[in-house]
Design a protein around this ligand. Structure first.
Ligand code: EPZ
Length: 430
């Protein structure tokens, strides 16, 4: 077991390279199951979730080669993965593997579309909410799949061996269900129209890669996607989009310390709602050559009123970090979580560091305090963990953060990146 020791008070200054997005890398790797040719993915972040997914894909028969970095690439520019699923040797995704990571449930789409059958363990609930899969199953049924849920598994079959195109109207926006139906539709017979599709940049990144693989998709980045099914897809080469959540996280880490950083590779068009909220708070996030420059506009930070929404709204994956930042702002912030029903586990931990936060149902009222104080705290989920790092960077004295496996799922080289810009942070044995 390891823990992080953070001694607060240092200003962050310098350049932070932004990695490839975890939440794009995972569906992109899964898309490799749609073809018997090789999918080459550049800029893949080195994360526990990526390694876990390699195991899952291997179980279905995919060969994965880590080809290292491309020539001339810097230290944090990710790796190149070559994934070849020449033959699917097993269409079952077992509980032992799927239960470790929810996104592995998404293999359901490609397996069913390519092999006409799949048996995938239900992912179950997780720390941030119940997270059902009803939207996935209803949509695949509309595409002709026969689905039964038995013994904790989704057992799906395309009776004709192939799914058919269909009109899918999601009653609620779901990133994962959009990924799965879009992947399945690329190999279905005829046209699929997805309405109320998720518009997250990671969905667009997957769609762009599918097009390189021979899929025909119209409406990329919009809420209606129109997909013409193909008999087969082929290999392709794709570079994973920069991680907007990592970029937003480090922007707030810098603002928390009254620092000034350049987020190399970050893209403003993926962070517009976030940039607006930062402006309300008195933090300037400017597009510059090669990335985004961040600093407080004039010293103080102001409270904000925010509610999380599907893209292009303010992302739920930045909610915990914003809450940490607002613990030091002037006034009372109101932060409403509308995507997940239980994504406030960081509140108690932030309170241990001296934050003043009141929970009222789905809304947290955060009253800015004059100072935070270091304490031992526990990471409860991925984004909650990093919110504790942000708070610790501004706290007096030392903060110990336990249960680092959550952080390692989603932040590549966090301590290295933060120490390189001046943070006093180290990983030690717990
Ligand atoms: C993705 O999860 C992300 N995960 C999450 O990031 C992110 O928080 C979330 O999208 C929302 O942006 C990955 O990309 C790997 P959803 P996903 O389906 O696809 C409900 C992180 O920290 N819903 O868009 O699982 C669901 O319960 C993670 O990196 C149904 O009701 O999220 C939720 O309330 C955490 N029925 C809402 O929709 C369904 O069948 C949105 O969830 C499916 C979802």
């Amino acid at each position: 077991m390891e823990k992080l020791l953070v001694r607060g008070g240092n200003r962050l200054e310098g350049e932070i390279p932004i990695s490839g997005a975890k939440n794009a890398a995972l569906p992109l790797m899964i898309a490799a199951l749609l073809t018997d040719e090789t999918l080459t993915l550049h800029n893949t972040p080195r994360l526990a979730d990526v390694m876990q997914l390699q195991k899952i894909l291997g179980n279905h028969g995919a060969d994965i080669m880590i080809a290292g970095k491309r020539a001339g690439q810097g230290r944090f520019t990710g790796e190149t993965l070559r994934i070849s699923a020449r033959e699917i040797i097993d269409t079952t995704a077992p509980y032992e593997l799927v239960s470790k990571m929810r996104a592995s449930f998404w293999v359901l789409g490609p397996l069913l579309a390519r092999c006409g059958e799949a048996k995938v363990s239900l992912p179950g609930g997780c720390a941030i909410g119940t997270r059902p899969v009803d939207l996935y199953l209803q949509a695949l049924q509309r595409m002709g799949a026969e689905i039964e849920v038995e013994g904790g598994y989704v057992v799906a079959r395309a009776p004709k061996g192939r799914l058919n195109g269909a009109h899918v109207m999601f009653p609620k926006v779901s990133v994962g269900a959009t990924h799965v139906v879009m992947m399945a539709a690329t190999l279905a017979e005829g046209e699929t129209v997805i309405e109320n599709a998720a518009r997250e940049p990671e969905v667009a990144d997957l769609a762009e890669c599918l097009v390189k693989m021979g899929a025909q998709i119209e409406g990329i980045g919009r809420s209606t996607l129109r997909i013409q099914g193909r008999e087969r897809l082929h290999g392709a080469e794709h570079s994973i989009v920069a991680d907007r959540i990592e970029a937003g996280t480090y922007a707030m880490a810098a603002a928390m310390t009254d620092g000034e950083v350049l987020l190399r590779g970050a893209r403003a068009e993926h962070l517009s709602a976030f940039i607006d909220v930062m402006a309300q708070a008195g933090i300037e996030v400017r597009e510059v050559d090669g990335g985004l420059a961040v600093r407080r506009a004039n010293g103080e930070m102001r409270a904000v009123t925010v509610e999380t929404q599907p893209h292009p709204g303010f992302p739920t994956d930045l909610q915990a970090q914003l809450m940490a930042l607002m613990t030091r702002a002037q006034g009372v912030s109101s932060i409403r979580e509308t995507i997940f029903e239980n994504r406030f586990m960081h509140v108690q931990e932030l309170v241990r560091l001296g934050a003043d936060i009141t929970l009222m149902g789905d809304t947290a009222l955060v009253k800015g305090v004059a100072s935070l104080k270091g304490a031992p705290v526990m990471a409860t989920d991925l984004r909650a963990s990093v919110s504790l790092v942000i708070a610790a960077l501004a706290a007096q004295g030392e903060t110990e953060i336990h249960r680092l496996y959550h952080l390692d799922r989603g932040f590549e080289a966090l301590e290295e990146k933060l120490s390189a810009v001046g943070a006093d942070i180290e990983r030690v044995a717990a």
